[in-house]
Design a binder for this molecule. Structure first.
Ligand code: ADP
Ligand code: MG
Length: 594
């Protein structure tokens, strides 16, 4: 029999390698901008069309390449950054594997134009699917531009795998955040089609963060700093009460390289323990500087995972530095939180005597512990009106429901501040108040869409919400559906979202929270395809505004919940497909007493 093993031709092996390095347009941005940084550029411009699917162009003012280097840079394992094994122990550049350009060249139409300061002319190389098309002398500026057209044009399976333009653009923006925060000393811009998304000037970290995420973030930043024999740590952490439901604000850098490291993330989470609302993640911008010889960044082709020599010590240092900074900040939380909550007092109550802020220093202080119950007793009045309005039309025929509605009378009570218990002639019913309320809110909102009822309640004083670029994209995606639900929103200037009106079912003091939670939900990327935007918005609002477990309810409020729940189209399951109530039948009870 003949031998069957053969060495793959370079174009195929490059295509395979591309699978690891180039996953989507955002990975190209990372690789190309990192190359520009390694080429000592201090101005980098990124231009995109169709979220990078059509074209990505990265222009820099770095050292450029000679004609030979230009020919070589697209070969596999071609790099100027290391020459021998021991260099691997002392990596100071972003790249060193010599894989990016060869991989990109294999799966796109690539054009590179480059010129060194010492050369009179520049050179232009064109490659299509790994094959050189042309190589010529051109007039150009000092520096390099790399233009990538039609990514994955020759790998349809990979091209089809790409997500919608807005999702891909969000990935790009995330990548851009990471690079531009890691390199504050760069002038760097990002442009999509003809519009400028970011144009960041060289600055310090604080200003950089503000320029990216908006002015609002400033008041939530707590500085951190520590220096030991083997690590220098600095940066900012985000106040616990400004934490998010997504990991979007987690930036950890080692020697100016964005990394993910679960062990160190754990150190950070631990430091925040007891201070975060449930399901929220801490936000941070932490910069570590260590001896390059003490880390291994060659764990994965995208170099996002890093191994540390002494992870245990690093864990303790990060943990204690954050705890320390949070501790200093804890002296003033009561003032902060009170000012914040005074904005949440309904307008009708604004004339009430203000409650003087209490200053307490409590080590175990958790700003969120009982906030939900306070919050909801404030919003209740509004919700109550809505329940009456939903009324008792729309009855359902199922025997059980009829029986409950006609029979429950005064026999409802609340147990454990969490469940409503009622009974019919033949059964006992226990209702989860939070899930029931979610269902009621959800259906009310969905009904608005189906009935094309775009009525809205105007806020007396419109609120301003400063968007991040990612949130702005999400806003445009959801705009129409939000209007159908009764929101009145307007973009003012570049990033200011003016909240003018909200659906009647919501209380005006919840407006900000609703919008904030909504963006948080949608920033969590892979949304289940089977849900419409309307569904997802209604789900998010039902979650953020529902009465929570642990909230005491008055008799009338309990009745409203039960009444309205059984007027819902679906009353068995919450919008999140969780059981709302269960029944114990008479025979079941009798069985217990045999
Ligand atoms: P690596 O960055 O790992 O070396 P790449 O494939 O990304 O591998 O790049 C190969 C080589 O091409 C680099 O080592 C560098 O010498 C050169 N190069 C790439 N981009 C640029 C650029 N923007 N300016 C100057 N040289 C560049
Ligand atoms: Mg590179």
């Amino acid at each position: 029999m003949k031998d069957i093993i053969k060495i793959l031709p370079e174009n195929i092996s490059n295509q395979i390698a591309a699978g690891e390095v180039v996953q989507r347009p955002a990975s190209l941005i990372k690789e190309l901008v990192e190359n520009s940084i390694d080429a000592l550029s201090d101005r980098i411009q990124v231009f995109l069309n169709e979220s990078g699917k059509k074209t990505i162009k990265v222009v820099d003012n770095g050292i450029g390449m000679s004609q030979n280097d230009l020919m070589n840079c697209v070969l596999r394992h071609a790099t100027s950054k290391i020459t021998e094994t021991k260099d691997l122990m002392n990596i100071n550049s972003k790249g060193f594997r010599g894989e990016a350009l060869s991989s990109i060249a294999a799966v796109s139409q690539l054009e590179i134009v480059t010129r060194r300061k010492v050369d009179k002319f520049g050179y232009k190389l064109k490659i299509k699917g790994g094959k050189i098309q042309s190589n010529e002398k051109v007039v150009s500026r000092v520096g390099t531009y790399v233009l990538v057209k039609n990514l994955f044009f020759n790998v349809p399976a990979r091209r089809n795998f790409l997500k919608s333009d807005s999702v891909e653009l969000r990935h790009i923006i995330n990548e851009f955040h990471r690079i531009s925060i890691a390199h504050c000393d760069l002038n760097i811009s990002l442009n999509h089609k003809s519009s400028e998304i970011f144009n960041l000037h060289k600055s310090n970290i604080h200003v950089r963060i503000k320029n990216i995420f908006g002015k609002k973030i400033e008041e939530n930043l707590i500085p951190i700093r520590e220096k030991t024999s083997f690590v220098k740590l600095n940066g900012y952490i985000i106040k616990p009460e400004a934490s998010k439901k997504t990991r979007g604000m987690q930036f950890l850098f080692v020697n100016n390289r964005f990394i993910k490291n679960n062990f160190l993330f754990h150190a950070i989470n631990k430091a925040y323990e007891g201070l975060l609302p449930e399901k929220n993640y801490p936000g941070f911008f932490i910069f570590l500087r260590v001896d390059p010889a003490s880390i291994d960044i060659n764990v994965h082709p995208n170099k996002i995972e890093v191994k540390f020599e002494d992870e245990q010590s690093l864990y303790s240092i990060i943990n204690s530095t954050i705890k320390h900074s949070l501790g200093i900040f804890q002296v003033t939380p009561a003032i902060d939180f009170n000012t914040k909550s005074s904005f949440e007092i309904p307008y009708s109550k604004r004339s009430d005597q203000p409650i003087p802020p209490k200053i307490e220093i409590d080590k175990n202080f958790n700003p969120f512990k009982d906030q939900t119950s306070k919050y909801h007793s404030k919003i209740w009045n509004k919700s109550e009106i809505i329940y009456k309005e939903v009324g008792s039309s729309n009855l359902f025929n199922a025997d059980l429901i009829n029986e409950i509605i006609s029979d429950y009378g005064n026999k409802i009570f609340q147990i454990m501040n969490s469940y409503l218990v009622t009974s019919t002639r033949n059964s006992l019913i226990v209702i989860d108040q939070e899930r029931a309320h979610q269902r009621i809110i959800y259906e009310k909102l969905m009904k608005k869409i189906t009935n094309s009822d775009i009525s809205s309640q105007q806020l007396i004083f419109p609120l301003n919400f400063v968007l991040t670029e990612t949130q702005k994209l999400i806003y445009f995606e959801l705009k129409n559906t939000l209007t159908e639900m009764g929101f009145r929103l307007e973009i003012e200037g570049k990033l200011n979202l003016k909240i003018i009106g909200i659906p009647e079912i919501c209380s005006d003091n919840q407006a900000n929270k609703i919008i904030e939670d909504l963006f948080d939900e949608f920033e969590n990327d892979p949304k289940k395809k089977s849900f419409s935007n309307g569904d997802l918005i209604a789900m998010s609002i039902s979650k953020s505004t529902s009465i929570k477990k642990g909230s005491f309810l008055e008799k009338e409020e309990q009745k409203n919940i039960v009444n309205n729940l059984f007027n819902c189209k679906e009353h068995l399951l919450s919008p999140f497909q969780k059981k709302i109530f269960y029944t114990i039948t008479k025979p079941e009870l009798q069985n217990k007493f045999l």
